[in-house]
Write a new protein. Structure first.
Ligand code: ADP
Ligand code: FDM
Ligand code: MG
Length: 215
């Protein structure tokens, strides 16, 4: 019998909602319970494409808006062979941002429609579970100031949040909204319980393709 595949689990959410904190805690908890798990993040700034993106986010370089959108997508596609290999080996991948950030951030720019923004990511490995860490801007502000990277302003983040709300209406994606205003341990318990269910289901279902129903 073929061995069981790992689950593809994605955390999305507004800035400072706790995505990175929770991805790390989830991977640790899964590993401690004997389930193979690894963390990934997008953008992955370590590749050649990722370095172009990183320099753009740090405002060290400028890139045309369509171009950078396609680079973010290419940065996911270049990691697909590795992702599939790990999933097939039974490793659960816990991913900090994915195509949803890609579509939400670019479509928040003037002149971009959500549909165009989703297209380059159609066919990526479809997450078994996408958790959206929900936090209102006032509470996010209590967790520290915005950094100095591109997109880190409250006006832009508000538009991004609206785009995420639209993406969450898509029933072909297994969205769960998580109340990120609780303390770190309570948020973790919530995320862990959704993840354990997704891992069980993934063992019995083939990996899907993202947004394939989008015409
Ligand atoms: P994100 O990756 O979503 O931007 P981080 O995980 O980097 O968020 O967390 C942003 C800041 O908020 C960090 O200083 C982190 O320690 C803190 N933080 C994370 N989760 C919570 C929480 N549930 N309650 C209070 N502070 C938190
Ligand atoms: N971002 C992230 C995008 O604009 N498009 C994408 O496809 C992805 C994955 O990059 F501002 C944005 C979102 C955020 C920045 O920040 C990455 P972190 O701190 O590395 O998550
Ligand atoms: Mg983060």
């Amino acid at each position: 019998m073929a061995s069981k595949r790992g689950a593809l689990i994605v955390l999305e959410g507004v800035d400072r909602a706790g995505k990175t904190t929770q991805c790390k805690k989830l991977v640790e908890a899964l590993q401690q319970s004997g389930r193979p798990a690894e963390m990934m993040r997008f953008p992955d700034r370590t590749t050649t494409i990722g370095q172009l993106i990183s320099s753009y986010l740090e405002k060290k370089s400028d890139l045309e808006d369509h171009t950078v959108h396609l680079l973010f997508s290419a940065n996911r596609w270049e990691l697909v062979p590795l992702m599939k290999k790990k999933l097939e080996q039974g490793i659960t991948l816990v991913v900090d941002r994915y195509a949803f950030s890609g579509a939400a951030f670019t479509s928040a720019k003037p002149g971009f429609c959500l549909d165009w923004c989703m297209k380059p990511d159609v066919g990526l490995p479809k997450p078994d579970l996408v958790m959206f860490l929900q936090l209102n801007p006032a509470e996010a502000a209590l967790r520290g100031q915005f950094g100095i990277e591109r997109y880190e302003t409250s006006a832009f983040q508000k538009l991004v949040q609206q785009k995420f709300q639209l993406l969450m209406k898509d029933p072909s994606v297994n969205w769960k909204v998580i109340d990120a205003s609780q303390n770190i341990e309570d948020v973790h318990d919530n995320i862990k319980s959704h993840s354990l269910k997704a891992i069980n289901t993934a063992e019995r279902t083939p990996l899907g393709e993202l947004w394939k129903s989008v015409s």
